[in-house]
Design a protein around this ligand. Structure first.
Ligand code: 9YT
Length: 127
C-alpha cells in the first residue's frame, strides 16, 4: 500500500509549474496503478490552450470557478465546484480560470510519468 499527502507531494519534484497552472502529481505511471492522480490549480484570469492528442483526461472541480470552450464547436461550459468534465474525444479546448483559482482533481489515461508540460500545441507527449 502507498500513502501520500498533498503537503508532502507539494514539497517534492511531484509539483510541476506549467505557467498558468500548477500540478501536484500524487500518483504516477511508476506506481503501476494504470492511472495517475493529480491535484491541479488553474490560476484565476488565465487562458490555456490544451489538446491532449495522446491522452484522455477527466477533471473534477473542487473549488474556484472558470470555464472551458471546446474549439471545434465554440461551446462554452461553466466550471464550478462539483463539475466533472470528461475529454473523451481528445477534445481541443481552451481552459479559462475565472475570478478565483480553480482546484481540480485530474486523472489521465494513459498515466503520466511525471515531468510533462504542454508543448506549443497544448499536447503532452506519449511516454
Ligand atoms: C486541467 C488540466 O489539464 N490542467 C493542466 C495540468 C494537468 N491537469 C496536469 O498535468 O496535471
Amino acid at each position: 500500500m502507498i500513502v501520500r499527502t498533498l503537503e508532502e507531494c507539494e514539497n517534492s519534484e511531484r509539483k510541476v509549474d506549467g505557467g498558468n497552472w500548477q500540478s501536484v502529481r500524487m500518483l504516477l505511471k511508476d506506481d503501476n496503478m494504470g492511472f495517475p492522480f493529480h491535484i491541479t490549480t488553474i490560476l484565476a484570469g488565465t487562458e490555456t490552450p490544451i489538446h491532449y492528442q495522446n491522452h484522455l483526461e477527466s477533471v473534477y472541480c473542487m473549488s474556484g470557478n472558470g470555464e472551458i470552450e471546446t474549439v471545434e464547436d465554440g461551446k462554452i461550459y461553466k466550471i464550478e465546484p462539483g463539475t466533472l468534465y470528461i475529454l473523451d474525444k481528445h477534445d481541443k479546448h481552451l481552459l479559462r480560470g475565472g475570478s478565483e483559482d480553480m482546484k481540480m482533481a485530474c486523472v489521465f489515461n494513459p498515466p503520466l510519468s511525471g515531468k510533462e508540460v504542454h508543448d506549443e500545441n497544448g499536447v503532452y507527449p506519449i511516454d
